[in-house]
Design a protein around this ligand. Structure first.
Ligand code: C5P
Length: 227
């Protein structure tokens, strides 16, 4: 992805309380590139929470779609109608499914008059160890061939995936921890600076920001550490 995003920070709003998510979003909006809405918030409040948040900051919607291509195409179309910046699917769903998501997202965004969201293919969850799983670089390559513009990769894999995918592909890296903070259930963690140096475009950070008594200050500190 050229140019690199002006602000690489994505904060994962992994909460169940919509009003708290909106309050956090307002506090964080000046300090983030995107806000990530994942399964927890989506399961609690559905598309309505996306519509509230998108007026505050660009929304990265992370339902990690994985189903037959027709179902994923229709789901991507409906999600893109909400006006989102990025949408995740599982790379393991295969090329036909990723291509279907790209088609559906393009159609939904056009119908609703929004910019088309980037489709980001999730390679390997950063809470899992690497044993016996498909190579993240080959999953990203297949997803890119199917039209995905981005991949979600762990910090451990980002350098290799960047080498395979070149500079134009967008890499999103979760499992990021500011120096000295709790790793929680993430097996593979990098600091923000390490991830950017390894080739990340976007850094996804959840609990170190949302669990802090001053989330905006933590977000500002992360962005400052990579500039
Ligand atoms: O709180 P924490 O910073 O660990 O949050 C990580 C976020 O990144 C969660 O929302 C999780 O769903 C997401 N994620 C991940 N590993 C991936 C893809 C997404 O941890 N491969």
């Amino acid at each position: 992805m050229i140019p690199r995003p002006e602000n690489p920070l994505v904060v994962a709003l992994d909460l169940s309380d919509a009003d708290r998510a909106v309050r956090l979003a307002r506090a964080l909006a000046p300090h983030v590139g995107m806000l990530k809405v994942g399964l927890e918030l989506l399961a609690a409040h559905g598309p309505a929470i996306v519509e509230r948040l998108r007026s505050i900051a660009p929304v990265f919607l992370d339902p990690k779609l994985h189903d037959i291509p027709t179902t994923v195409e229709r789901a991507a179309r409906n999600y893109a109608r909400l006006g989102i910046a990025m949408l995740t699917v599982h790379a393991l769903g295969g090329e036909a499914m990723v291509a279907a998501a790209v088609r559906g997202a393009g159609q939904g965004a056009a119908e609703a008059g929004h910019a088309t969201p980037l489709i980001a293919a999730v390679t390997v969850l950063s809470s899992l160890g690497g044993e016996g799983l498909a190579s993240p670089a080959s999953l990203a390559f297949e997803a890119g061939a199917a039209g995905a513009a981005a991949a979600v990769v762990s910090g451990e894999d980002v350098r290799e995936v960047r080498e395979v995918m070149g500079e134009e592909f967008c890499l999103v890296v979760p499992g990021i921890r500011p120096p000295g903070s709790n790793g929680h259930d993430q097996v593979r963690v990098l600091t923000p600076r390490e991830a950017i140096e390894a080739g990340a475009d976007y850094l996804v950070v959840g609990r170190p920001v949302t669990g802090s008594s001053d989330p905006a200050a933590v977000a500002r500190g992360i962005v400052a550490s990579v500039r």
